[in-house]
Write a protein that binds this ligand. Structure first.
Ligand code: 4AD
Ligand code: MG
Length: 460
């Protein structure tokens, strides 16, 4: 198998090796050139040393920042500081040049805003290489966590006719011609002539289908892209983001909170154990407190308190918030961060929210005004998980659906599960990119996904 730079850096000196990658820098003098080469397998570059006299001048000229090269030579103990081995080059082939006049990644220290404009090239920077490797490691760890616990990975559909969160923030999916829409007699669009014979959209959440799975397989999770047409231009919102949604039969809200806490701690610990170089780099270059913050989360108990208790703390805080606080309001990021960062200094799981600010499916409490929802709030992020015990009573679910004047036409199959073998169950959704913001220390969600989709941006 072809070995990569990471393997050579961790290996022993040997003759006759080949390395391939992109040139980060070239420096040197008349006699010797030093090339820092990176192939994406690690944040660390391998140093390639060329005896200038033994190479064609034209070839050496083409070896500039960004060029792609193949080097054959010997892996030898390094004389210089900073690495234990280096490549003494014997042959170099230039696969692809990168004109120094036009290649945009010349100097270090580009702004994140500029790098977003060249999202096709930014994976070649140290920062984005680190972020994307951590993103991969977290995706793998998520599957491992659930697989080890016997959860079944259920593939829920991306195209759907139902609005799980009921917020009306869905992207429509249609093959109808917008310039020539079929109309019913009353002037409304005739979706029976559309591809699916009904009005469809991209899903905001796989939960509803996830619940169907849990009520057959016991414990399931889904992990896929979700789509929200909310016009939120914030550092924490994407129009296309990935979500992990487990759903568990026979879990009550306390079992749910235990799993939420265990899951996040597992993922953070996995990153600390398996992404050391990348986390060390990000701690040095992006967020000096990153490593400490990650260590503190895995070793601390999350605070659990009710929404009502949380509101009391905010009211007594004497703090001036941009959005005023009173019982019944939806908490803003500034409120969540006050509780987590200023008041408790650790992650908080808030429960028992007013039913009017939460979705229809949450289990109703006996007080008639709150539901068994849980939001996990994190330092720097605010809400990282939203979940709940689900309403399992057919009667209560139907009452809530009627109260909200929801259209049951597209939900009959969901309601059916409360008619046939209903059971107590719970689930949550973790925003994958919010998790990555926390684990990488990056401050804008656009910078933890390769190709972000936000209002007015869908390039690349
Ligand atoms: O709180 P939300 O809207 O909950 C649900 O969708 C439930 N159906 C999940 C479930 O119980 N199965 O979203 C869950 C999480 C949020 O806590 C947040 O981390 C993330 O998804 N999220 C977003 N991440 C990026 N951009 C957005 N626009 C997001 N909206 C939600
Ligand atoms: Mg939420």
């Amino acid at each position: 198998m072809m070995r990569r730079i990471k393997d050579y850096l961790n290996g022993q000196p040997e003759n006759g090796i080949t390395v391939k990658g992109w040139v980060r820098t070239k420096r040197g003098n008349k006699n010797v050139a030093f090339i820092a080469l990176n192939d994406g397998s690690t944040i660390n570059n391998i140093q390639v040393v060329c005896d200038v006299a033994s190479f064609d001048e034209q070839i050496l000229k083409q070896i500039t920042t960004g060029a792609c090269i193949c080097v054959k030579g010997d892996l030898v103990p390094s004389q210089g500081a900073g690495q234990s081995v280096e490549v003494q080059a014997r042959e170099i082939e230039v696969y692809g040049v990168a004109d120094p006049e036009t290649y945009p990644l010349q100097k270090k220290g580009h702004s994140m805003e500029f790098l977003r404009e060249i999202a096709h090239l930014r994976p070649r920077t140290n920062t984005f290489g680190a972020v994307l490797r951590i993103r991969h490691a977290m995706a793998f760890a998520i599957h491992k966590f659930f697989n080890d616990k016997g959860f079944c990975y259920l593939h829920t559909p991306l195209i759907t006719a139902s609005d799980c969160e009921g917020a009306g923030e869905m992207f429509q999916v249609t093959t109808l011609d917008p310039d020539n829409l079929p109309r019913l007699e009353d002037g409304t669009i005739d979706y029976s002539q559309d591809f699916f014979g009904r009005h469809t959209s991209l899903t905001v959440s796989g939960q509803l289908e996830g619940e169907l799975g849990a009520m057959a397989l016991g414990n399931i999770y889904t992990f896929g892209p979700t789509f929200r047409a909310e016009n939120s231009n914030t550092p924490r919102h994407l129009a296309e983001f990935w979500m992990i949604e487990p759903e568990m039969a026979f879990y009550d809200v306390n079992d749910l909170m235990d799993l939420e806490e265990e899951f996040i701690k597992y993922l953070v610990q996995y990153a600390l154990d398996n992404c050391q170089d990348d986390i060390a780099f990000l701690t040095k270059m992006i967020d000096p407190e990153l490593t400490d913050r990650l260590n503190s989360v895995v070793s601390t108990d999350f605070v659990r308190l009710t929404y009502t208790e949380g509101i009391d703390i905010l009211l007594k805080s004497g703090q001036k918030f941009e959005f005023p606080v009173s019982w019944g309001v939806d908490l803003q990021s500034e409120h969540e961060r006050y509780l987590v960062e200023k008041h408790f200094g650790k992650p908080v799981i808030l429960t028992d929210y007013p039913k009017d600010i939460k979705a229809f499916y949450m289990k109703q409490n006996d007080d008639g005004r709150t539901v068994r929802g849980t939001d996990v709030l994190f330092p720097k992020i605010g809400e990282i998980i939203g979940g709940s015990e689900r309403e399992s009573s057919l009667e209560k679910l139907n009452n809530r659906i009627a109260e909200l004047k929801m259209d049951t036409k597209n939900l009959w199959w969901y309601i059916d599960t409360r008619r046939f073998g209903s059971c107590p169950h719970s689930g949550f959704g973790l925003g994958f990119e919010r998790l990555l913001l926390f684990v990488t220390g990056m401050s804008n969600i656009r910078d933890v996904i390769p190709f972000p989709r936000t209002p007015k941006t869908a390039e690349f």
